[in-house]
Design a protein around this ligand. Structure first.
Ligand code: PEP
Ligand code: MN
Length: 340
């Protein structure tokens, strides 16, 4: 960390700060500039006390951290890609994956017909929520255990690995039994107890970015999972809350490019929840491919108009077919393998 002192510190001010720095286990190295005095504090920030407390000293102006707080998932520690294996699938920068399926599991027929169609169109994983985190407590909350049973049956029938959301620690075991990938949704993206529980199941985790998470918060949430000995993490940008009302959320594509610089973990984009409307799903998906996303997560429903959640953004089968055709040339341009 670097401590910047206020203008014109006395020699005693400097000594006082140096003493505090030593007390906290760092070696102070004072640099007297023409205008400013700064004290570089030598020591591993991850093993020593946080020096931000020194902001309370009257002669200290700023305390600037130098080291990144995340390690296990960072390119500084792992410069190479960190692929995630899901059964026989390898999710990495070499291949491009589409995760598709309904917002919510509503019935065997709805889930099975969707799974069959998306598989035949080139999706490699099936999504579908048995537990739905809804903004209103009066809205459909998911079929729960019955939904998990449907997902298990559909997986047995189609062979598609399943991505499904965990919303409560209580259900971790049951969800992990069926899920090939456990989804942590935007609303729970900073629920550290849930992240820890999901990680401990040993299943790969698809971690959505929180509605208002900074990149640092998103990456530190991933670090919580990795810290449990589970480095199988797929990050998923799904739009953040802004002042804009034309779309459900604002898809932050710069986050995809920026986060890929920080970590070798695969980064997916969910244009369905970002847009909240059907007409923007394809253009946002194309942009996601162009910016370097490793895959997409999209919602598909046999009859979106009568869906029990997210009606406006779910694609019909026909639209999904066009969607896959629409992203294909973009994926080909990136030189990645794909299943469509
Ligand atoms: C979902 O994937 O259906 C979902 C609820 O997503 P998010 O957590 O991104 O809102
Ligand atoms: Mn949804």
């Amino acid at each position: 960390m670097i401590i910047v002192l206020k203008l014109n510190p006395t020699p005693e001010d400097v000594r006082t700060v140096e003493d505090h720095v030593r007390d906290l286990g760092y070696a102070p190295h004072t640099l007297n500039g023409e205008v400013r005095t700064v004290i570089a504090c030598i020591g591993d920030e991850t093993h020593h006390a946080d020096l931000h407390a020194l902001l309370n000293l009257p002669m200290v102006s700023e305390v600037i951290p130098i080291q990144k707080k995340f390690k296990l998932i960072s390119r500084e520690v792992h410069p190479d890609p960190m692929p995630v294996s899901v059964g026989d699938l390898r999710i990495s920068g070499d291949s491009f994956h589409v995760i598709a399926g309904p917002c919510a599991v509503e019935s065997m027929e709805q889930t099975l017909s969707t799974a069959r169609f998306v598989k035949q169109s080139g999706a490699t994983l099936l999504r579908g929520g048995a537990y739905k985190p809804r903004t209103s407590p009066y809205d459909f909350q998911g079929l729960g255990r019955d939904g998990l049973k449907i997902l298990a049956d559909v997986k047995a029938e189609t062979g598609l690995p399943v991505v499904t959301e965990l919303v409560s620690e209580r259900d971790a075991e049951a969800v992990a039994e069926v899920a090939d990938v456990i989804q942590i949704g935007a609303r729970n993206a900073l629920n550290y107890a849930l992240l820890t529980e999901a990680a401990q199941t040993g299943r790969p985790v698809l971690l959505k970015r929180g509605l208002s998470s900074t990149l640092q918060e998103w990456l530190l949430a991933a670090e919580y999972i990795a810290k449990q000995g589970n480095p199988n993490i797929i990050l998923c940008e799904r739009g953040i809350r802004t002042y804009e009302t034309a779309t459900r959320n604002t898809l932050d594509l710069s986050a995809v490019a920026a986060v890929k610089r920080e970590t070798g973990l695969p980064v997916f984009v969910d244009p369905s929840h970002a847009a909240g409307r059907l007409d923007l799903v394809l253009p946002l998906a194309r942009a996601a491919v162009a910016v370097g996303a490793d895959g997409l997560l999209v919602e598909v429903h046999p009859d979106p108009e009568h869906a029990l959640s997210d009606q406006a953004q779910q694609m019909t089968f026909d639209v999904f077919r066009e969607f896959v055709d629409g992203i294909k040339p973009y994926v080909q341009l990136t030189g990645r393998d794909h299943a469509f």
